[in-house]
Design a binder for this molecule. Sequence first.
Ligand code: ZN
Ligand code: ZN
Length: 238
Amino acid sequence: MSKTHSYYMGIAIAVRKNANCLGRKVGAVLVKENRIVATGYNGTPEGVPNCVDGGCVRCRKRDHYRSSAGYDVCICVHAEQNAVITAARFGISVEGATAYTTMRPCFDCTKTLLQAKIRGIVYLHNWTHPDPDLADQYELLQARFPEKVQQFEMPDPDFEWANAIPAPPPSPLPGRKPSRTGIRTGLHTALPPEPESPESPESPESLKPAQARGRPKRRQSRTSRPQPRKTGPARKQP
Ligand SMILES: [Zn+2]
Ligand SMILES: [Zn+2]
């Protein structure tokens, strides 16, 4: 069973490489009768400028749209949704399929998968909703899948890239320590990830790879600009 899981999760990880969202990158595959019937990754709708090119306002303005909030105005389509939508587009039934996704599905994707009669969900990285009341409701909803929602852990070679979220705004909330790594690089923080934005608890790990890579410290160079690189707007999560 775990061989099956690692096979399909490995493919979901490969699909994720195409994700173009400023936030967390997610890949998903729908598997039915041991066949992949659809795949999806997160990003803006076809024909709309990519999120990484500033296409999504909500993903860009992370200081305004908090983690796990404002999805209704986010134009990025989530990986799981894209997989279901792609199946619809080509007339493929997904009823009874299992969804493999690199991030535990958010509220919206959970609803979508449930209504599409997906039987079960296997996810790689966990996510919990920050609001306790909503988190309870989220768990109730996820408990509706006949074959359950389960985590399958395996090595993720692109963990940092996929789960990195942008530096927090300058004035952090009281009690929330800004990540030194995030501030220094302007690229990564220790804030918990959000699914395509979901929040994931394993953030400390996102610190290590950045440091291990020996990314140059901003303050070393007097000539370097203090903030993000010129690869477009600061990276934000959806
Ligand atoms: Zn986005
Ligand atoms: Zn989602």
